[in-house]
Design a protein around this ligand. Structure first.
Ligand code: ATP
Length: 208
């Protein structure tokens, strides 16, 4: 059975933090591939045009043959839900043991996702530490165990493990803010992504 990971997100834009997580997951779990899945219409966020986010993902991942960008969420109308994405990808990639890469901030919200309890047991969760009050590994683990307990209380099992990465403070929000204030984002995103943002004038007050 092949081992694949889904990395879902808004990627508005993709940054070095995302790439570090994906590379760590590949190495730590001996995965065949990481499938990047940009949300077309994320339930909780307003985001830049889907095509721009996809283009930036493609630029940032094109040199790694173990990275694939999936457009599975492009079709359909309304909100894109993670459980539907996993069901659809399971049809495209049969005979797969699924992992899902997620930051601690997002993992904490999993019990409230649409059909989150069902989704939780359909894959193993690879959790990246992030500053949400979990500055140390022990605190991060404690937060994960609290989430696990919420599932157990409803008789659902969840399998998770921490990704062995340092906490990386970069976020897409910070990048968008720096762009809107005219600051450089040179060290926060791949150069191809930085050039794309500049060319298309993204995240400025006159954005496309
Ligand atoms: P925004 O700042 O717009 O909320 P983001 O930087 O969190 O964006 P997303 O595309 O929303 O990026 O993130 C996709 C996934 O990657 C989420 O699970 C998120 O928690 C995780 N993630 C993003 N950046 C980091 C980071 N620096 N450390 C750990 N996890 C991260």
């Amino acid at each position: 059975m092949q081992r694949l990971a889904i990395f879902g997100g808004t990627f508005d834009p993709i940054h070095w933090g995302h790439l570090l997580l994906a590379k760590t997951a590949l190495a730590q779990l001996h995965l065949k591939q990481v499938i990047w899945v940009p949300s077309r219409n994320p339930p909780h966020k307003q985001a830049a045009v889907f095509e721009h986010r996809v283009s930036m993902l493609q630029l940032a991942t094109k040199d790694n043959p173990m990275f694939t960008v999936s457009l599975i969420e492009r079709e359909g109308s309304g909100t894109s839900f993670a459980i539907n994405t996993l069901i659809d990808l399971s049809i495209c990639y049969p005979n797969t043991h699924w992992y899902w890469i997620i930051g601690l901030d997002a993992f904490q919200t999993l019990p409230r996702w649409y059909r989150g309890h069902e989704l939780a047991k359909m894959c193993d969760w690879l959790i990246a530490p992030r500053l949400v009050g979990g500055e140390t590994i022990a605190q991060t683990e404690l937060i994960c165990k609290q989430v696990e307990q919420q599932f157990q209380e409803k008789s659902f099992t969840i399998h998770w493990q921490l990704l062995d990465t340092p906490v990386v403070r970069v976020s897409s929000t910070v990048i968008r803010e720096l762009c809107s204030q005219g600051y450089s984002i040179r060290d926060l995103v791949p150069e191809s992504v930085r050039l794309y943002i500049a060319k298309h004038n993204l995240y400025t007050n006159n954005s496309e």
